[in-house]
Design a binder for this molecule. Structure first.
Ligand code: PLP
Length: 484
């Protein structure tokens, strides 16, 4: 291989991004457990990236089944052990909004997790997977009457009530079906967390749940109506949280009200939601789940002992921290442009290399939606070319259509290279769109050297089939076909 001079940092790179010693390296915290390089090529679940691309095309989402199953079991074990140590127990719901398919619902079920769904569609998937309805939690800030009816009649284990109006709606459905429906009440603790920072205010300016101060009256109403059984309070403080401080603050606020509620009847559970973070780049440093679980369990235990109340069963709803790192997306590089960019007032410029791929914001909306950062590697080969700063752009008609804002790739990256973006298992497929009539990619599960489709990719025919004015291929095409 050719030799290159040592690369120095590109001044356009964000501060957190270090120039890698080796731009082929796969930082283990970003990739699923079975990812490795074999003869220079990235393999996942024992399957080569080139084999996946040849068989299924690109872009594709690839899910490491062993990782997803192991991680689900590990998260459950972490919370179970932590709460057993303080004399209570834990329940873990997999947050299906992160990524739900029949297959994934079955993996989670098999690992012993319950499943949290937040729409009629997610409920339908979980039921189609054969998950016992009693193991489902049903969320949503604006559940339709039909969704409530379906959840109650299916026998879901808990409906998370999100408003005062919903108390009446769920009670009405329960009475219509002659059932006692277990419910939680979603409240705003005033704690809002994002990554390591959290903000604590008296009230939260958001659409979910009700204010904590309104909870006693709401619970009194739940108890007064027949057909509802109150399980406890629920709170979700945010996403991609690395530490336990926000959870601890929120738990303390909730427990004070939980104690007040005990005066009027049983409050067997407390649900602290999800939001545990993962590493998308080497700058991300989430605490291990065992540590977080222990710290939260200890906070809840000491809070209960200070308040002189029994420890409730504590429920959690992790999504991203289970499925996020299990996934990666494979793209093919296409057009590559070196764009001179001024970075100083005196007109000093540096080059940003735009590498466009065959997907983009339609398969990963998070960078455009939240400015989320991702990482990238060449999957098909290794090279000793020096690291060059790249921006991975999509193929959509939006300048904000970026998949990876900044990373270093070997400078000889070229059209046709297979690129892998790690940690796309959560909130990528589930947030995917058909922008520009681009079909949503297939989801391929890999395990022990075998790959299989778990969600079929959308074709142009799928997209056209929904157009009410569509009447088959253009006449010209038909004639050509007929003439063959
Ligand atoms: N529970 C609730 C109520 C949520 O709104 C969310 C995410 O938005 C989750 C759980 C899952 O969060 P995460 O995937 O970050 O763990």
């Amino acid at each position: 291989m050719a030799s290159y001079p040592n690369a120095s940092a590109n001044p356009l790179a964000p501060e957190w991004l270090a120039v890698p010693g080796d731009a082929n390296s796969l930082a283990p915290e970003l990739w699923s457990r079975t990812v490795a390089r074999v003869d220079g090529e990235l393999t996942v679940g024992g399957v080569r990236a080139s084999e996946l691309a040849a068989r299924y095309g690109t872009p594709i989402y690839v899910v490491d089944e062993a990782h997803a199953r192991e991680r689900a079991a590990e998260v459950l074990a972490a919370f179970t052990a932590a709460f057993e140590r303080v004399g209570s127990s834990a329940k873990v719901y997999y947050a299906g909004k992160a990524f739900l398919s029949i297959e994934v619902a079955r993996w989670m079920d098999a690992a012993g997790l319950n499943i949290d769904v937040c729409s009629g569609g997610e409920l339908a998937v979980a039921l189609a997977a054969g998950v016992e309805p009693a193991r489902l939690g049903f969320h949503g800030n604006n559940k339709s009457l039909a969704e409530i009816d379906r959840a109650v009649s299916a026998g879901v284990g808990a409906i998370i009530i999100d408003s005062l109006q919903e108390i009446e709606r769920v009670a009405e459905a329960a009475s219509r079906h002659g059932r006692t429906q277990r419910v939680r009440l979603r409240v705003n603790s005033g704690v809002h967390a994002h990554t390591h920072a959290f903000l604590a205010t008296a009230h939260e300016d958001q659409k979910f749940g009700i204010g904590l101060t309104d909870a006693p009256a709401a619970v009194a109403r739940i108890r007064e109506l027949g057909g509802l059984e109150f399980l406890g309070l629920h709170c979700h403080i945010g996403s991609q949280i690395f530490g336990s401080d926000g959870f601890a603050e929120s738990a303390a606020r909730l427990l004070a009200v939980h104690r007040e509620l005990l005066a009027g009847g049983a409050v067997p559970e407390l649900n602290l939601g999800g939001g545990f973070g993962i590493a998308y780049t080497t700058a991300d440093d989430p605490s291990p789940i065992g540590e977080l679980a222990s710290r939260i369990a200890e906070t809840v235990a000491s809070g209960c002992s200070e308040l002189g109340i029994p420890l409730p069963v504590v429920a959690f709803e992790p999504g991203r921290s289970i499925i996020g790192t299990a996934g990666l997306t494979l793209y093919s590089a296409g057009t590559i442009k070196d764009v001179p960019v001024s970075y100083q007032d005196d007109g000093e410029t540096a080059v940003r290399r735009y590498v466009s791929v065959d997907g983009g914001m339609s398969d990963n909306a998070r960078p455009a939606l939240y400015g989320a950062d991702y990482s990238v590697r060449i999957a098909g080969r290794v090279t000793d070319a020096p690291p060059a700063l790249v921006r991975i752009a999509g193929k959509h008609c939006e300048s904000g259509d970026i998949v990876v804002e900044a990373d270093y790739l070997p400078a000889d990256v070229e059209a046709g290279d297979l690129l892998a973006v790690p940690a796309t298992g959560a909130y990528c497929w589930s947030l995917a769109s058909n922008y520009n009539y681009v079909g949503r990619p297939a989801v391929i599960a890999v395990r022990d050297g075998v790959s299989r489709v778990i969600v079929r990719g959308e074709t142009e025919a799928d997209l056209l089939a929904r157009d009410a004015a569509y009447s088959g291929p253009p006449t010209g095409d038909r004639e050509v076909e007929g003439a063959k």
